[in-house]
Design a protein around this ligand. Structure first.
Ligand code: ADP
Ligand code: MG
Length: 689
């Protein structure tokens, strides 16, 4: 490929100086290669103009309209405002522009333009704020085109990125194919270069889909090859920390007030047979939210401790780490588990406490280390680490997991995830040996009752929450934002909390939680909520992962339409964790039918697997990038559900190639070999490996 040109800094591109270069750096883009792999987040489709009567509130629409009446110009403080009306034979629309005096000359009563923008409704009136204006003939040529929309940072415009990408392509030569020719032919894949080009600038959605498929195949093919090669290495690693089942774990299970589900027991037995076996353990435990993964991890850590080793569990947030620590301590005390000596190590600790924790870890005074990625910092030395557990592992990068595992030699690895992947796909991705699936919920759980409602239901919901609190329960309310932002009509935790304090009687205690708070503050709030000192917690999605307060029975999600379904499912998983009936209220503030349809899926099902599949069926190709869900396997382009056929092909291809040539030593695999060896994350985001 045009290697040399692509390695050049983006600053060498026309129109990019030091300052813009820095903005690109913020996006992780340094070289021209980075730039052409900087894929659009979504596309703007220039749809055919509709009639004034067909405009849909909240959506981007175009309409061919004729300006009528006079053009009004006003000034409000330092803002100049132009407003006027435009019509077609079906209706009238009001237009407003701010600080756009240059428009004044082209706006004349009687002239016809295509106006395109977000439709709003004021009273009975449709309005356009700042719509883009086109000559009808100009719009004709744009119609049907997909324009890339890139992820941006402040001061970096979509236009700048688009131009830069175009310029980068001018210098790019051809790319060497690493996928064997016969596979490209058999699957009718687009060439690698064309695929990269068309992911930025597709002529239409059919071409976009072809480009997407090609890149998805690339990701799957490399991912699976890497995985198979990695697994081979791991399987050859002898078990240097053989462990036996311990009496303490058996006693603990007998004393527990509940029985483990069969699925939990099977997972535990899988772990026991791994750690007592010939090879080092590398197991994934997959179970829907609330299926009870923590106790399985706890059993593994207890086993390691009682066998004389250290074990560590890494959680993605401080709040979750602190919760695990508290929960573990409680079980240790309650069931007299004397061999477990826990310690918490997170970034939130004071420097002094951190040093003390590190000392205890190094000297082996503690053997169950619970924390965040503070566990993997260089300063932390372990005495005899033999087991590492990653909770909510899809939240970590492979490097983080490897770094934790690298703190000991050939340590056993247990990864836990609530990612709902159907078993058939999981087997392709992980192989059938190393995955345990917890596919049943603990008995006695009452299914969550759901409802999707509009804003007019809010007061009823507040009343309902009050009633639940009076019965001794607690509630979560989720808002998308931390504080007031640019987005209209999107609730934020800060203002919402203030509002609720005046809505609810004063004996109901309301508090807020969000990611921008100091870690120690977050811990304090979560602990207070767990102690029931807080009745209603208004939070951002920081509570999405892992939080367990079984007494909470109501979850209300504001602007529910703004979240992905899998994310909603994870959020909802915070309730329904105890024996009481729980409720989830999805507040839909959008008027669009699609939003309603999507949320209805949540209404109908509590099953994470089903939701993930349904979600997919409803997505159009243009949306595939925008709706990256948390908790799914994060390929950049490929989608394991949508592209499951390609995933299967890639799996068969990878296995065939490796069985014929395990080292990939044939010259036809030269490019493939070097591609696999590059650290470049251009192809696969290995977050989930
Ligand atoms: P997750 O799989 O989402 O991490 P947790 O491990 O947090 O779920 O468990 C959720 C709740 O279920 C906890 O309160 C836990 O004590 C409880 N739990 C776990 N296993 C069982 C079981 N077999 N029977 C009853 N309750 C259980
Ligand atoms: Mg959990």
């Amino acid at each position: 490929m045009g290697e040399r040109e692509l390695s050049e800094s983006v600053i060498n591109l026309k129109g990019i100086g030091e300052k813009t270069g820095k903005l690109f750096n913020k996006c992780g883009v340094y070289t021209c290669r980075d730039l052409i792999y900087y894929f659009p987040r979504t596309y703007d489709e220039f749809k055919a103009p509709v009639h004034a009567s067909e405009l849909v509130e909240g959506e981007v629409c175009a309409a061919t309209l004729t300006i009528v009446g006079s053009i009004m110009k006003r000034r409000v403080r330092n803002l100049s405002i132009i407003s006027f009306e435009a019509v077609d034979y079906t209706g009238k629309i009001k237009m407003t522009y701010f600080n756009a005096p240059y428009l004044a000359s082209s706006l004349k009563s009687g002239t016809t333009h295509v106006f395109r923008g977000v439709v709003r409704k004021k009273g009975n009136f449709f309005t356009f704020d700042q719509p883009k204006m086109y000559k009808p003939s100009e719009y004709d040529t744009l119609c049907g085109k997909l324009m890339p929309r890139y992820p941006l940072v402040k001061s970096l415009s979509n236009n700048t990125v688009t131009k830069a990408v175009q310029n980068a392509f001018k210098n790019a030569g051809r790319f060497d194919e690493f996928v064997p020719e016969d596979i490209i032919k058999r699957l009718g894949l687009m060439s690698y270069f064309d695929a990269i080009y068309n992911i930025h600038f597709p002529k239409n959605s059919a071409i976009l889909e072809q480009a997407r498929r090609r890149l998805a195949y690339n990701e799957f093919f490399l991912f699976i090859l890497k995985l198979r090669l990695l697994k081979k290495i791991q399987e050859e690693n002898k078990n240097t920390f053989p462990m036996m089942e311990v009496a303490e774990a058996k006693r603990f299970l007998e004393k527990l007030p509940y029985k483990l589900t069969n699925a939990q027991l099977n997972s535990y037995n899988d772990i026991l047979s791994d750690i007592s076996g010939r090879y080092v353990m590398n197991r994934l435990i997959q179970g829907d939210v609330g299926s009870g993964k923590t106790v399985v991890a706890f059993l593994a850590l207890l086993t390691a401790a009682a066998n004389g080793y250290q074990g560590a569990i890494m959680a993605p947030t401080e709040v979750l780490a602190a919760q695990h620590f508290e929960g573990f301590k409680e079980m240790i005390d309650k069931y007299g588990l004397t061999s477990l000596k826990p310690v918490l190590l997170t970034g939130a600790l004071s420097a002094k406490d951190k040093r003390e924790a590190q000392r205890m870890i190094k000297e082996g005074e503690v053997n169950c280390i619970i924390g965040t990625n503070a566990l993997i910092q260089e300063k932390v030395e372990y005495k005899n680490l033999a087991l590492v557990v990653t909770d909510e592992q899809h939240r970590f990068g492979v490097r983080q997991r490897e770094a934790l595992a690298g703190k000991g030699e050939n340590v056993h690895v247990l990864a836990m995830s609530a990612t709902p992947i159907p078993r058939t796909l999981a087997i392709i991705l992980y192989g059938d040996l190393h995955i345990s699936i917890i596919d049943e919920l603990p008995g006695g759980r009452i299914p969550i009752k759901n409802c999707v409602v509009g804003t007019d239901y809010r007061n009823t919901a507040y009343k309902f929450i009050c009633d639940q609190v009076k019965e001794g329960h607690q509630a979560y309310i989720i808002c998308p934002m931390v504080e007031e932002g640019e987005l209209d009509g999107v609730e934020n935790v800060t203002d919402y909390t203030d509002k609720l304090k005046s809505v609810f009687p004063s004996d109901i205690s309301v508090a807020m939680l969000h990611g921008k708070m100091k870690p120690s503050m977050k811990d304090e709030i979560m602990e207070a909520f767990a102690r029931k000192d807080i009745d209603v917690l208004v939070s951002t999605t920081v509570i999405e992962v892992g939080i367990n307060v079984p007494n909470a029975t109501v979850m209300m999600i504001e602007n529910a339409e703004r979240f992905g379904l899998s994310q909603l499912h994870q959020l909802r998983g915070r309730v329904g964790r105890g024996n009481a009936q729980s409720y989830c209220i999805f507040l839909n503030t959008s008027k669009s039918d699609d939003a309603k349809k999507r949320l209805d899926i949540m209404n109908k099902s509590n099953d994470g697997f089903k939701i993930a599949e349904e979600d997919l069926k409803q997505r159009g190709p243009g949306e595939l990038f925008g709706l990256r869900q948390s908790g799914e396997l994060n390929f950049r382009i490929g989608d394991i559900y949508h592209d499951s056929d390609l995933l299967k092909e890639a799996s068969v291809d990878a296995d065939r190639i490796l069985s014929e040539d395990p080292e990939l030593s044939d010259t036809q695999y030269n490019v493939l070999r070097s591609t696999l060896n590059t650290k470049s994350a251009n192809f696969v985001d290995f977050t989930t490996l």
